[in-house]
Design a protein around this ligand. Structure first.
Ligand SMILES: Cc1cc2nc3c(=O)[nH]c(=O)nc-3n(C[C@H](O)[C@H](O)[C@H](O)COP(=O)(O)OP(=O)(O)OC[C@H]3O[C@@H](n4cnc5c(N)ncnc54)[C@H](O)[C@@H]3O)c2cc1C
Length: 391
């Protein structure tokens, strides 16, 4: 679409920052308005699969990611009594997909994306800022960005709502979808490796499956800490990133699990609770100059570890569609059309996988037998379509 034109992004989460970098690479100027006065260093981990790694690598971020991430050797799947059900080697991912399977601290990922954004002269990051009203003007839009009691008026061709699952930008789209609580809450904790129980592996992902709950742990921060996530069924509907959780309450939910599992839950000093909500990706994502991206468009339950990966994929596709289109409207429409089938399938895979994780006997017995029988190769094959994706 010719000369450098400006795109405003609401939200500097992983999706908004990745979109800014991809759009700048595609020749646009970008202004990011982030509501928070500083980028939050949420104490949580993220598993970065090859489909996300491929996009981030194309943005020149591979070395920065490798410096702070871990490449776990395997995913060990266990039952609540501690028995190993199967082990899926992840070290083979480089060979299989061209990119590794990595685990990373969310704060580290956001920080390195923000560093790249700050170093890019085509991108302006405004903290403590929100997107106000906008109006059409001579073939583009005048968009108000409000910060510190002042207002900038930006001449932009599009406004990207990357403001998370409780998106304000989404409320400006008629007939938009609304998030629904999943009935599950994620408890997230972090433990420095020096304080971690000996049996907690430093180089592997652990997935424990039990009645109405499951437990996940993996190394982050270049191996200096271990991220622990316990998912329980709990009617909790508080919006927003997180709220403090009481470890004693969590322990009571795992009272019938093995001593090893309970020791893992006792390890972190603090726990934060997240309501797991999801948003049907089928609602409209675009309206006038607005397009939604990441959780704002398709927040999903984290049971195939793909929420941030989908936001990163969105970023690459949005930039491609806008760069190739004859008009911004056509670009946004092409982006929505390209992404919806993919994220719908991934969201459904996440929902279905989450169901199987909390099964009780006899279903759980059949599930574990199938996991043993299928072996890692077939389990990996099941997720091939997710990991092989290219923009
Ligand atoms: C327990 C759990 C485990 C997970 N594990 C994984 C995993 O292993 N792998 C994976 O890929 N994904 C995972 N996810 C999902 C992943 O964390 C999210 O999908 C991802 O962070 C979404 O990024 P986002 O940029 O779309 O939204 P967010 O991270 O929510 O960012 C939105 C940003 O917008 C800002 N904002 C909000 N409102 C406004 C406004 N009005 N104006 C301006 N700014 C605003 C916010 O402050 C924030 O900075 C997990 C999620 C959970 C809950």
């Amino acid at each position: 679409m010719g000369e450098r034109r400006t795109i405003v992004i609401a939200g500097a989460g992983i999706g908004g920052l990745a979109a800014a970098l991809a759009l700048a690479d595609a020749g646009f100027r970008v202004v990011i308005a982030e509501r928070n006065g500083e980028l939050s260093e949420v104490g949580a981990g993220i598993q970065l699969s090859p489909n996300a790694g491929r996009v981030l690598s194309a943005l020149g971020l591979d070395a920065a990611i490798a410096a702070v991430a871990v490449e776990p050797a395997a995913i060990d799947v266990r039952s609540a009594d501690g028995r190993l059900i199967t082990s899926v080697p992840t070290a083979s991912f480089r060979q299989r997909y061209g990119y590794p399977y990595r685990s990373i601290h969310r704060g580290d990922l956001q920080h390195l994306l923000a560093e790249a954004v700050r170093a890019n002269p085509a991108i302006t990051l405004r903290l403590g800022a929100t997107v106000g009203e906008f109006a059409p003007h001579a073939g583009s839009w005048l968009v108000r960005v409000e910060h510190d009691g002042t207002r900038d008026v930006i001449n932009a061709i599009a406004v990207i709502g990357a403001d998370g699952i409780w998106s304000e930008m989404r409320s400006r789209i008629p007939d938009h979808a609304t998030p629904r609580a999943s009935g599950r809450v994620a408890w997230r904790g972090m433990v420095p490796v020096d304080n971690a129980p000996r049996h907690l592996p430093r180089d592997r992902v652990g997935l424990w499956l039990g009645r109405d709950a499951h437990l996940v742990h993996y190394p982050v921060s270049a191996g200096a800490a271990i991220n622990i996530v316990a998912i329980v069924e709990e009617p909790w509907d508080r919006q927003g990133w997180s709220a403090p959780g009481d470890r004693r309450v969590l322990l009571s939910r795992f009272a019938r699990w093995s001593e090893e599992a309970q020791a893992i839950i006792r390890a972190p000093l603090a726990w934060q609770k997240w309501t797991l909500a999801s948003l049907f990706p089928t609602g409209p994502w675009t309206h006038g100059p607005i397009a939604l991206l990441g959780d704002a468009a398709h927040g999903m339950v984290p049971f195939v570890a793909q929420g941030a990966a989908m936001a990163i994929e969105d970023a690459a596709v949005l930039a491609k569609c806008l760069a190739a289109a004859k008009s911004p409207e056509a670009g946004l429409a092409a982006y929505e059309a390209a992404r919806k089938p993919r994220v719908s399938e991934v969201a459904e895979a996440a929902r279905a996988t989450g169901e199987t994780y909390h099964w009780t006997p006899p279903l759980s017995t059949a599930r574990d037998a199938a996991l043993r029988l299928l072996g890692p190769r077939l389990i990996l094959g099941k997720n091939d379509w997710i990991y092989r994706w290219r923009a």
